[in-house]
Design a protein around this ligand. Structure first.
Ligand SMILES: *Cc1c(COP(=O)(O)O)cnc(C)c1O
Length: 504
């Protein structure tokens, strides 16, 4: 299996090279040259497998330059009980909301309590193996722009991993206090964390510019090169495909569906990575009927699905679901490639328009395909808060702000369509990562200037929901990173750190 860029089908690389470089040389994203199929018979076999075996099976199709032994090492090191608290890292919990059963796929049992762990616990293993295959002797400097959860999950995944170091940029006013604390206290010898005066899109643009400047510069950075752990890396997307297959198999095991039945999936969406993984699963043969794409007030994707026009020229909102505060959803580029049947000229045209005018439109044939398979909806701040409260009152089940966006949009979908196909809803963070907003939703009282750990305690007293140990541990950890810079200073920050590392 080789990979080509979304902008050019001629230039092909191995999976190892795609993972190491993150982004293609022409600025496009790597996509597999074809999509492998899982037959119904094979799907039936997966039902009796555990998570690790399901993962091995899907990985082996797409990592054909890895041996089975290497794949096994990656999978076992990433998804063990020590890291995810159980042999199933992504269990299903069925709850009832407004008289409908929702099968919640809990993706936040990893070491940082957000779904990003599902990919970022395995990416460093994939990357170090890929480095040996495709850039022997080189060291990867991982650059990350984060809206909160990716940064911490990447830091935790890469800390003290040989031949790598990691630099994370986050928007100073765009992450929750707990997320900030998680990053500022990060341990590890090879990690750097820096806040920027700007929003997530500024951070992401700054990282892209740093890549361009680094590659264009003739400066000597020794044996170091830049790589990305953002969701544009194929090594992030692939592990996410696994949990949709796994969730489907668990639904069969739980007797909720028979193998072959259709399901709907609901995904709270920001960069379009998580929902795109579900779309890949569908393309591989997983019986999915409808993709319900849930946004917060930054509803650029809702409009895209409903009108066929992508338009990032709009007001940016800082919301209580910060990991979805995104106006440029980078993985849409892969989606355009897939729905246009690998039309690189079309993708290239859309991406150029996005860069120059901030907007592009789908031709009506393509928009019809999107409308047929996708439902786009959004939940504003008030609706998100009341969903948290109603869910807790009805089911005693505590959800975070991002998951609440998904629940609310799903509720709207069912009300509008009457479609009661069994549903898998991706729950992307533990509620204690967003204690302030979750608590305020429940009590309808504001808690300004209350310490983050005090809020955790108050939320626990109100709900008795279990607090993840990793968050409690942060309380006594030293704050290591305090720097705040302008977006335009990001590249010089990177080169300064690399030169410093080289001197040591
Ligand atoms: C990253 C994130 C999302 C959005 O996922 P995408 O893959 O970017 O669409 C949603 N919820 C949480 C909690 C996240 O961390």
């Amino acid at each position: 299996m080789l990979y080509n860029s979304t902008l050019n089908k001629e230039f092909k690389v191995t999976a190892a090279e795609a993972i190491v470089s993150g982004i293609a040389e022409d600025g496009g994203l790597y996509v597999p040259e074809y999509i492998t199929k899982i037959s119904l018979q094979e799907l039936k076999e997966l039902v009796d497998f555990d998570y690790l075996s399901r993962a091995r099976c899907i990985f082996s199709d797409y990592l054909s330059d890895f041996t089975m032994e290497e794949i096994n090492e990656c999978v076992v090191n990433a998804y063990n009980e020590k890291k995810f608290g159980s042999t199933n890292p992504a269990p299903i919990k069925s709850v009832v909301y407004n008289e409908k059963e929702i099968n919640v796929l809990e993706l936040w049992h990893g070491p940082t309590s957000a779904f990003k762990d599902m990919a970022l616990q395995i990416l460093p293993h994939l990357l170090t193996k890929s480095l040996k295959k495709s850039r022997d002797g080189k060291e990867a400097v991982i650059l990350v722009a984060t809206s909160g959860d990716t940064g911490k999950a990447a830091l935790e995944g890469f800390k003290d991993v040989e031949n790598t170091s990691i630099i994370v940029f986050y928007p100073e006013d765009g992450v929750s206090p707990m997320q900030k604390r998680q990053m500022a206290t990060q341990e590890g010898k090879n990690v750097e964390v820096c806040a920027i005066n700007g929003n997530f899109d500024d951070a992401q643009t700054g990282v892209k510019k740093a890549f361009a400047s680094f590659n264009a510069s003739k400066a000597d950075f020794g044996n170091k090169f830049l790589s990305s752990a953002n969701s544009i890396n194929w090594g992030r997307l692939l592990p996410q495909i696994v949990y949709y297959f796994s969730a489907y198999c668990d639904m069969v095991k739980l007797g909720k569906i028979s193998c072959g039945d259709l399901v709907n999936v609901v995904v709270p969406t920001g960069n379009f990575g998580n929902i795109l993984a579900a779309f890949y699963a569908y393309k591989m043969g997983l019986p999915i009927k409808k993709f319900i794409c849930a946004s917060n007030s930054n509803n650029v994707l809702t409009d895209f699905i409903n009108t066929g026009k992508y338009n990032k020229n709009r007001k940016f909102y800082t919301t209580i679901s910060p990991s979805m505060d995104i106006l440029i959803s980078s993985n849409i580029e892969r989606f355009l490639y897939l729905i246009s049947e690998n039309d690189t000229d079309f993708v290239s045209d859309c991406m150029t328009k996005l860069k120059t005018s901030g907007t592009y439109s789908l031709p009506s044939e393509l928009h019809n395909i999107v409308k047929e398979l996708f439902y786009g909806g959004y939940s504003d701040e008030k609706e998100t808060k009341s969903t948290i409260k109603n869910m807790f009152l009805q089911s005693g089940y505590l959800i975070d702000t991002h998951t609440a966006v998904a629940v609310d949009v799903y509720d709207k979908y069912v009300t509008e369509t009457g479609d009661n196909t069994p549903v898998i809803l991706a729950s992307t963070a533990n509620p204690y990562k967003f204690s302030k907003s979750v608590l305020e939703s429940l009590t309808e009282k504001s808690n300004d200037n209350v310490d983050e750990f005090e809020l955790v305690d108050m939320l626990y007293k109100t709900t008795k929901a279990e607090v993840p140990q990793n968050l409690l541990n942060l309380k006594d950890k030293e704050i290591r990173f305090k720097e705040i810079i302008e977006p335009k200073e990001m590249y010089s920050f990177v080169t300064k750190k690399i030169r410093h590392q080289n001197k040591e």
